[in-house]
Design a protein around this ligand. Structure first.
Ligand SMILES: [Zn+2]
Length: 467
């Protein structure tokens, strides 16, 4: 699966070096822009010459065809009865002239075909095979392999343009803009590594340029998720494909990192083994295997969560109270901003928490070779015991889904009804079965278990799928 991640980069080094190296990248980008447009013009010229060539051929052919038809017509005229001597003579003369004319054209066709194929060859040599040399003489790249990247790209775009109707005149030539992203080779040019002392990620590029990856460049792009991806890049689990870099509106250097993420092999899974995930109140998530129910794990802890939320709520309450007392002006704006920040903080906490839970759930499933994961389908009202908001549960399930998908584990949704009231041993369903929030005791067979564990088993084994 091919995917592109945007990374903000800064060049490492003293100011002078950095300025030089930024300039090098900009210069290279400028050379590339010229080279691409030159390639495109050459390819287009070649295409026009080629068309002109076959146009001349077609013209001769149709002239010969017309003469053939005229001769045919004259021959038919001869077959008519009661033709006068004089008329017959005239027709025969005409046939002779036409035939001579035709032979002349045929001769021309033959002799020029050699010449045409020669042009074909020359044009092909000049414009296609030597495209590289022709363009290289016009531009000045610092990186050697840039020429082959450029010709490859131009040929590809040209072919696409032809297919999309350029030959029919429905589209004109591709025109590359001045800020066309600078192409870069993948694995060979982009060498990712961790800093020895910190968690920072660096990339060694060409010309001794060393980039630092600025994590959390975009607010909506989660830096934890990005870090996770880059970790796999450094571990060579993900392949780096040909990528590109550009400067954004604020002059930030952005790497469009193209990755080939392998879809993990299915046969590593134990057939039919499912992981049940109970999203609950004491533990945000409780997971258990469908076949080996002793293998289970609680993920996260409600206490951290409630504590954090209460702190946040207390702060918000204080701010709101202060707000009601200030009438306006600077003080009010400052307080409003502080309120916004609290909102962000709360959101970030939940998001980070959800990342942690989803990562653990999928890792558990992967380590125990599960074929699939069963989640409860969220109802209109959420879950009976909510610790997170409904929206946050959606987010959590989403995260589990995409992280599982990357491991080749499918995610299915089961009907949440009775999962906490059913005895996982005898199957008896009763409201009375659950004696407390934490404990499950079957009134039929006397089976006792942690309530979350019991629910997780039921979810893991459920085939009451809904979607
Ligand atoms: Zn029972």
């Amino acid at each position: 699966m091919i995917t592109v991640r945007k990374l903000k980069l800064t060049i490492v080094g003293d100011e002078e070096t950095r300025n030089q190296q930024y300039k090098l990248i900009r210069d290279e980008q400028y050379q590339q822009y010229r080279a691409l447009n030159l390639c495109m013009s050459l390819l287009s010229t070649y295409n026009i010459l080629n068309n002109w060539n076959s146009g001349a051929e077609n013209k001769l052919n149709s002239q010969i065809e017309k003469l053939n038809k005229k001769v045919e017509k004259n021959k038919n005229d001869l077959k008519k009865d009661n033709l006068k001597e004089n008329r017959i003579k005239k027709i025969n003369e005409s046939i002779q002239t036409l035939t001579k004319e035709k032979e002349k054209l045929q001769q021309e066709y033959l002799s020029s075909s050699e010449y045409r194929s020669d042009i074909d060859k020359k044009v092909k040599e000049m414009y296609i095979d030597d495209l590289y040399t022709v363009v290289q003489s016009q531009v000045n790249f610092k990186s050697k392999d840039m020429m082959s990247l450029v010709t490859q790209r131009a040929k590809k775009d040209f072919t696409t343009a032809l297919k999309n109707g350029m030959a029919k005149g429905e589209r004109s030539l591709t025109n590359y803009k001045r800020d066309f992203p600078l192409m870069t080779r993948g694995e060979r040019w982009l060498k990712f590594e961790y800093d020895e002392d910190s968690d920072d990620i660096y990339i060694n590029w060409l010309h001794g340029i060393r980039f630092k990856v600025v994590l959390g460049y975009k607010k909506n792009e989660n830096s934890i998720e990005l870090r996770h991806t880059l970790h796999k890049v450094i571990n060579k689990e993900y392949k780096i494909c040909d990528s590109s870099m550009q400067f954004d509106r604020n002059n930030n250097l952005i790497l469009n990192l193209t990755l080939d993420i392998p879809l993990n092999i299915k046969n590593e899974h134990i057939e039919g083994r499912t992981l049940g995930v109970d999203l609950g109140i004491k533990y945000p998530a409780y997971v258990c295997l469908s076949d080996d129910t002793y293998k289970r794990k609680s993920i996260g802890c409600a206490e951290d969560f409630i504590k954090f939320r209460e702190q946040i709520r207390a702060r918000r309450y204080r701010l709101q109270k202060q707000l009601s007392m200030v009438k306006g002006g600077k003080g009010r704006n400052k307080k409003l901003q502080a309120l916004d920040r609290i909102k962000d903080k709360e959101r970030n906490f939940v998001k980070t928490y959800n990342h942690m839970i989803s990562k653990n759930v999928v890792e558990f499933a992967k380590n125990h070779k599960c074929e699939s994961i069963n989640l409860e389908k969220l109802t209109k009202y959420g879950f009976p015991n909510m610790i997170l908001s409904k929206w946050s549960y959606y987010e959590l399930q989403n995260m589990i889904e995409y992280k599982a998908e990357r491991e080749g584990i499918s995610v299915k949704y089961v009907d949440p009804a009775y999962t906490s009231q059913t005895c996982s041993k005898c199957g008896h369903v009763d409201k009375e079965n659950r004696t407390s929030q934490e404990k499950f005791k079957c009134i039929e067979c006397g089976f006792e278990l942690n309530a979350d564990h019991n629910a997780a088993i039921n979810i893991a084994r459920s085939n009451n799928y809904v979607k």
